[in-house]
Design a protein around this ligand. Sequence first.
Ligand SMILES: Cc1cc2nc3c(=O)[nH]c(=O)nc-3n(C[C@H](O)[C@H](O)[C@H](O)COP(=O)(O)OP(=O)(O)OC[C@H]3O[C@@H](n4cnc5c(N)ncnc54)[C@H](O)[C@@H]3O)c2cc1C
Length: 188
Amino acid sequence: MASSRIAMLALSSGITPFHQHSVADRERLLLSWKTSRIPLFRKLYDSLAKVGNSVYLRASEVAPKAMLLNRTPTEPAKDLWDFKFSSLDEVAVASFDAIIVGSGSGGGVVAKELSEAGLKVLVIEKGQHISPHGPALNEAQALEKMYNQAAYATNDYGDVAVISGQVFGGGSAVNWAACLQVSLLSVS
Ligand SMILES: Cc1cc2nc3c(=O)[nH]c(=O)nc-3n(C[C@H](O)[C@H](O)[C@H](O)COP(=O)(O)OP(=O)(O)OC[C@H]3O[C@@H](n4cnc5c(N)ncnc54)[C@H](O)[C@@H]3O)c2cc1C
């Protein structure tokens, strides 16, 4: 859009297409939107700044070093429990004392407490189990496989987005996996 002269006239006072400005002029123009009296320009600046930050953090080799973050875990993954998975048509639902829908922090803890109290518990989960020993997922694959509607779930009007885990372990599995290991240096 900013490469057209008419669009540039609307976005700034000149008609030179955006890409033909010097880097300093482009920066000045974008920064002028940040404090513009026109709300649309401020919103445009916010959106572009978010995209810019996001691209920079993903692409930069310097940023993780500056933040003292390791991009990948250094410890091998450990499975703590030998979970047994079945499809719903394989289980006799009526034989359970309690059926819990969702294996997140809520459902998982309730399942543990009830089973330790002696009840026969069934946990139903619509997401899949992503084994820590399976192949590592890249960001796009993780969004698709571990989040509800690939992290793009919105309300009917499309103005509220809800990010939630849809995977065995629920939101906690997502958050744990999303946490970058903080180096000991930055902790101290
Ligand atoms: C990106 C992100 C970052 C977060 N960061 C933090 C943090 O730093 N600290 C913190 O304390 N909290 C954080 N949270 C919040 C925390 O993860 C949630 O509060 C917590 O996971 C909620 O637990 P829950 O059991 O209620 O639901 P969830 O963990 O969302 O579990 C619900 C499960 O139910 C399943 N399910 C839903 N409907 C059905 C159905 N009809 N049939 C079968 N299965 C179904 C879903 O697939 C999901 O696995 C974060 C959440 C997200 C998304």
